[in-house]
Design a protein around this ligand. Sequence first.
Ligand code: PA5
Length: 432
Amino acid sequence: MLNVDISNIWGEYTLNDLLSLEKEVFAAHKTLIEGKGPGSDFLGWLKLPVFEETDEMVRIRAAARRIREHSDVFVVVGIGGSYLGPRAAIELVKGQNHNLRGKDPQIFFAGNNLSTRAWQELTALLEGKDFSINIISKSGTTTEPAIATRALKWMLERKYGADEAKKRIFVTTDPAKGALRQMATEEGYETFVIPPDVGGRYSVLTAVGLLPMAVAGMDITEIMFGAASAKRDLEIFSFENPAWLYAAARNLLYRSGKKIEMLCCYEPSFKYMAGWWQQLFGESEGKDGKGIFPAAAEFTADLHSLGQMIQQGERNLFETVVRFAPPRKKTMIEMDWKDLDGLNYLEGKSLDFVEEQAFQGTLQAHTDGGVPVILVQNDEVCDRTLGELFYFFELSCGISAYMLGVNPFNQPGVEFYKRNMFKLLGKPGYTN
Ligand code: PA5
């Protein structure tokens, strides 16, 4: 199970400051699991992690098998909570270059932007390929995925004819409401459910995340096992609970003027996990004039760019560093007779040994420079670890947002840009 180490946050703060938050964390956790706080009709995600395989999981596996058999490419259409989770999961576990491996179907993401260039690049990639699509939208009305859906549906119908196209369109949406549900029913597409009480950014452990992960060749039972183990382990009501430590430490730091949290990881394939985390915490906490700004950095790459700002810029940030145990298979640094690069002092050392020293050196430098660092330590990257991490962050976010005094489960601010855009586009009902 993952653990949280807060031994690098002290400086201006003491253990007593953290302990003084005990009653608050307790109340926030209790409010959350008893469903007594604002937004409590969106707590379905608490029940998602289960040890036994559900009927929906069996159907997801069967659909994934069919998709893998008849598709070179699987296009996942969705935005926000209907996009970041699956992309984060697939890239972390299968690697950023998973599409180049040739073993599993290539997975592309669409409907998460309005870029003509991105769209034209995708359609060129689909040329001559057998493909299927998964449209993910809880509301079924979001503009970006709706535009991509219309075009991909036509492409499939032109290529395969209406009947075969139907077998290649998979819809993940609300069980009863919305334009997408209606389309799926009328056209006879296979559908998967986003439960009404699960909001977009908390939906990764539904078919939203599980179908794309299964198509990518990931073991969804293991992912669920990880999430269910985390759920069981994070039920404790004390500072033994890593979610308590994380939620309390970040609130303590925020109250002392650390308004920016930078989620850092030494794995390049963590990039979209950081994006998923940014949405989770950003949409859950950024409201009522409050909230820690969720930023992200990839180390060591960003130590050569943002590193200067972190080390000596305004002292308004703290870091949360996500660590994974190194892979069992080592990569060694070899001896070179000429030693022209002067690297022979590392001969016989493994790459992860060098990475560990970079991590330790950075930790020391940043804490010396006045940047508190929270550590989230995990086992090696795998399906199970991923499931644990998803649930850990979701629970911590719910607790933390209640400590902050906001509703973690709404996102009223997201509507503002949409209203302006719809008015400019002349969407019926938005013209005045
Ligand atoms: O967290 C959220 O609720 C949002 O980010 C949504 O997931 C996003 O706006 C997409 O919405 P929908 O799934 O309805 O298309």
